[in-house]
Design a binder for this molecule. Structure first.
Ligand SMILES: Nc1ncnc2c1ncn2[C@@H]1O[C@H](COP(=O)(O)OP(=O)(O)OP(=O)(O)O)[C@@H](O)[C@H]1O
Length: 949
């Protein structure tokens, strides 16, 4: 009636085009409303249940019944984190008591206080199994059931898993929405609606998200490949008014350019009270829940791991079973034990469900054995490649019959999930990365026991030699330790813990029937323990030695830690006399001891900068570190891979000068430092942040702190921090604010551009500004490409053929590299055209030429500095420390030029990329050259490496 009346009223005196417009609006609105209703109904159906590792035949659990609040923090960057996920879990597990900005699940898209604009793109990071998917499901369900976020008209939850299978297909954005959400077919224009896209699991994305080269697309009805749709949607070219939520494991976060992300949040899993809540929700029987909770609390390792919801789920499954069958018996304590029980429990479940077995004790049938062997092979081979999602072809490669695959996933539903993407493409994954790591370790163990082949060495070297001597398990373990230590991102750390855990006879007995013969004896274990201890004594990073201590734990050896504990309790601990192994033991002990971490009083140990550096992992982990008596005037932590952790504490502790040059700091660290500037108790006067990739976004955060009336900073060094005009504008705004006390600002080796410098130079003139000195030496020492340069026409290429040159002591024995014969003492500029993996370096004459080759690599010692191009990006190295400086968009096979500018008297060495006769600054080393330097070149491999000068 109301429609009819309105229409009649209008018909009387309104222009016909307006009537048509009214009609279109009227109908599109009502059809949009019905689309929304149907979409909500379908999402409600889809998300009200959570499949806890059971993909097919299990009983779905209601999300509402198990959902336990997750701890989510705000802040951080979209940058990649190199730490292995388990270390992150262990580090982050201690943080919840810190006053960090947290955010509730339902507020993720609320307008932030004081902001006019809503955030367009939120990225949520979190390690495997921490609850990202469940979180997006809860958000979606709450929306679909009208509980929250009703300002959103349409919510479209996608997973990268399902988008992967559309790799070869073409869609328009509207077409893609209609394809996945058929309920919305009645709506063709989403411009005037508030739309939220959820993209879950960026780490699983196999689409080439090329943000730099993909075509720009603004038309939502134009068809193209899905990756082009995604890059344009994320960049805001398509549907600029839409909101986006992307979730990812930390290692994959940097696939999205930082400028496209408005806010980063991180799921930290369950805080301590939520762990209890989880088990109480899961076990309605209160007594059973209490027993399980108190057991978990007795083992620090288990308690920490229970921050990860999926681990809670594994623990619940194991303990439920163990408590049933082992009244009064010992409960699993180490990680390996827990995972062995998990496997045993699953086998029993399978026996009861499918083989009508009694379910008492695991009886490994030949089929179950074969299945575990195949899954183990798959787990190991894919772990080596860094893959967590597998396709049918990966299964075939590991000897798994594709026709049986669904039976496998049906049987071992809780270990191995089968995912069905669109078009019924099958994808598989283990329920959790740690299950994959466990099965991979089991595979390596079994292969060695049965055939003497060490899978970590990849060569069946023992095939013949085993006729003469029995292959030794100690070799397997020591090579596994070596491989794990070699991995740049620690991807074998947890694998190693499991492999060593499996060497214990007590654990092997639990798997009796699967393993057949047991392998190692106590002699082997002792040798392995000794080997690990020698490694701990060597020069390892804190994270690496901590993992080795966890390994000793799995081997039931706690002697190193006990020694330290005794020295501590007897008051004999003397920090100046500790060996590297004892330092590591102290760090590990402090990290694993609950009470020491509540308030960590550093002065108990020493007040030297060196000690502070060694104890940094503890400082990072402690809830509160007492650094007030730490009365250093100046603290120089330059050239350390700090990555920002513990910075806030350090900066508070340091009253005068803090040097953090070349510390791998990024934008995220600037928020911490900025909050120090504005803290009333700050006494920081000079801060050197040179040669860290802070970029404009980081400097913007610092500038906010500089404006605080509490800030006492007088000297700020930001040389070589990748700043452009925007960064300079933020600094200029901060300096013009009233209370700024900054007198000296070093901006050399950045790209401020004319307007940027102009803004800052104006501060020098302004009598109200405190700025007295502005260094922007880039104008002078940043070379322009010289016009009259000549091509030397020297070319070197990598060949795999003997060369007819006689031996010479100046020749590098192992490394494919050479030094020029003329040394440089003044200023020199040269360019190199390269393809493939190439080192462009300078070095002193004295660099090692012989030996095993490890010390003589350019950048692998204190005598040389190098820019290394690995075929996809650049990194700079000196004294074995490297930082990545630029990812390249060109392919490894295409030639490109880099330039080197060395200024010996000034002590600078700069590397640039030459791009159509302009120079892009990559990095500047600053040092004192004590002798002449020689240009050097190295060819990494047969990737057709070659260079011209
Ligand atoms: N908030 C929660 N409450 C209860 N259980 C949860 C919660 N979050 C996760 N879980 C449990 O943990 C399991 C794994 O969670 P989820 O799949 O969300 O992890 P994820 O972070 O997406 O992991 P991945 O990176 O491996 O995809 C779930 O199947 C569920 O059993």
């Amino acid at each position: 009636i109301s429609f009819k009346t309105s229409l009649q009223t209008m018909m009387v005196d309104i222009h016909p085009t307006l009537i048509i417009e009214f009609l279109i609006n009227f109908f599109s609105e009502s059809s949009a409303e019905s689309c929304q209703r149907e979409l909500k109904a379908s999402l409600k159906k889809k998300f009200q249940c959570v499949f806890e590792g059971i993909a097919k035949s299990g009983n779905p659990t209601l999300l509402e019944q198990i959902y336990t609040e997750l701890y989510i923090t705000k802040g951080g960057t979209a940058e990649v984190s190199d730490e292995h996920e388990v270390q992150q879990i262990e580090a982050t597990s201690r943080r919840p008591n810190r006053p960090e900005a947290t955010i509730r699940q339902e507020d993720i898209f609320k307008l932030p206080p004081g902001k006019q604009e809503p955030i367009r793109t939120v990225m949520t990071k979190g390690v495997a199994g921490i609850g990202k998917t469940v979180l997006t499901q809860k958000f979606t369900l709450d929306w679909a059931e009208d509980r929250s976020n009703q300002d959103i008209h349409f919510l479209f939850p996608f997973t990268f898993r399902e988008l992967n299978v559309l790799k070869e297909k073409k869609f328009s954005l509207v077409g893609l929405l209609h394809h996945f959400f058929t309920e919305t077919k009645g709506t063709c224009s989403f411009d005037e609606f508030q739309v939220l896209f959820i993209f879950d699991g960026l780490d699983e994305c196999r689409l080439p998200l090329d943000f730099h080269n993909n075509q720009i697309l603004t038309d939502v009805t134009e068809s193209t490949s899905v990756d082009v749709l995604l890059t344009n949607l994320i960049r805001g070219n398509l549907l600029p008014s839409a909101r986006l939520w992307i979730t990812t494991r930390p290692a994959a976060a940097n696939q999205i350019p930082a400028e496209c992300v408005g806010m980063v949040t991180e799921v930290r899993g369950f805080a301590d009270p939520q762990k209890e809540e989880y088990f109480r929700k899961r076990f309605r029987d209160e007594e059973q829940a209490s027993r399980i909770i108190s057991h978990i609390k007795t083992s620090r390792s288990l308690h920490i791991m229970c921050h990860i919801p999926v681990f809670c789920w594994i623990t619940a499954a194991v303990l439920e079973d163990v408590l049933k069958t082992r009244e009064g018996g010992e409960l699993p304590n180490t990680l390996t034990e827990m995972y062995i029980h998990f496997l045993v429990v699953q086998t029993k479940v399978k026996k009861v469900k499918y083989d009508e077995g009694a379910g008492t004790g695991p009886d490994w049938s030949p089929e179950s054995r074969k299945m575990i062997e195949s899954l183990g092979k798959l787990a190991f081979e894919q772990l080596q490649k860094g893959n967590l999602i597998f396709y049918e072809s990966d299964l075939t490669e590991s000897g798994i019959d594709i026709r049986d695959a669904s039976v496998y996933s049906g049987v071992f539903t809780q270990i191995f999930k089968e995912q069905r993407g669109l078009h019924q493409d099958k994808m598989f994954c283990f329920v959790h990365l740690s299950v994959q790591e466990f099965l991979a370790a089991l595979h390596v163990h079994l292969t060695f026991i049965t055939s003497g082949v060490n899978r970590l060495k990849e060569k069946p070297t023992l095939k013949f030699s085993c006729y003469f001597s029995k292959p030794k398990l100690t070799h397997l373990y020591s090579s596994a330790v070596d491989e794990a230590l070699k991995s740049p991102n620690g991807h074998l750390d947890l694998f190693l813990r499991f492999l060593l855990g499996l060497s214990l006879q007590t654990n092997q007995r639990l798997l009796h029937g699967l393993l057949g013969q047991t392998g190692s004896g106590s002699q082997t274990n002792q040798e392995t323990v000794q080997y690990i201890k020698t490694k701990i004594s060597s020069d390892l990073t804190a994270e690496r030695s901590i993992n080795l201590f966890h390994c000793l734990n799995e081997l039931n050896d706690s002697s190193l830690v006990e020694d330290i504990q005794q020295s501590m309790s007897s008051g004999r601990l003397c920090p100046d006399k500790l060996s590297p192994a004892q330092w590591s033991a102290l760090v590990f002990f402090l990290l694993s001891s609950e009470e020491h971490l509540d308030v960590f009083d550093l002065k108990k140990y020493s007040t030297s900068g060196d000690v502070l550096l060694k104890l940094l992992p503890v400082v990072r982990a402690s809830n509160k570190t007492d650094l007030h008596s730490f009365s250093l005037r100046e603290l120089d932590l330059s050239n350390n891979n700090l990555q920002g952790s513990g910075l806030q504490l350090l900066a508070h502790a340091c009253p005068g000068v803090l040097r953090l040059s070349v510390c791998s700091l990024s934008e995220s660290c600037c928020a911490a430092l900025s909050s120090v500037f504005s803290c009333p108790s700050t006494r920081l006067k000079e801060l050197d942040l040179s040669n860290n990739n802070l970029r404009d976004a980081g400097v913007k955060l610092l500038s906010a702190g500089l404006q605080s009336s509490c800030c006492r900073l007088e000297v700020l060094r930001l040389s070589g921090c990748l700043l452009t005009q925007d960064g300079c504008a933020s600094l200029a705004a901060a300096l013009s604010s009233d209370p700024s006390r900054l007198k000296e600002l070093d901006l050399s080796y950045n790209h401020p551009g004319g307007p940027g410098l102009h803004l800052l130079s104006a501060q020098l003139e302004d009598p109200r500004s405190s700025l007295e000195l502005l260094k922007e030496t880039i104008k002078h020492s940043h070379p322009t490409v010289p016009t009259g340069r000549s091509r030397l026409g020297r070319k070197v290429a990598y060949v795999e053929r003997d060369q007819p040159y006689p031996d010479h002591p100046d020749r590098f024995c192992r490394n494919h590299q050479l030094l020029c014969s003329a040394g440089i003492t003044g200023r020199c500029y040269w360019e190199v055209e390269l393809t493939g993996g190439v080192h462009t370096s300078i070095s002193y004459q004295g660099i090692a030429r012989g030996g095993d080759g490890n010390d003589g690599w350019f950048g692998g010692n204190h005598q040389s500095w190098t820019l290394f191009y690995d075929g996809s990006g650049y990194s700079v190295w000196h004294d074995k420390k490297g930082i990545s400086v630029l990812q390249s968009s060109s392919s490894s096979s295409s030639a490109h030029r880099v330039a080197v500018f060395v200024d010996c008297p000034a002590g600078t060495l700069s590397f640039f990329r030459v791009s159509s006769d302009s120079l892009i600054h990559l990095h500047t080393f600053r040092t004192t050259f004590s002798e002449p330097v020689y240009p050097g070149f190295g060819l990494w491999s047969c990737l057709c490496s070659s260079w011209w000068v």
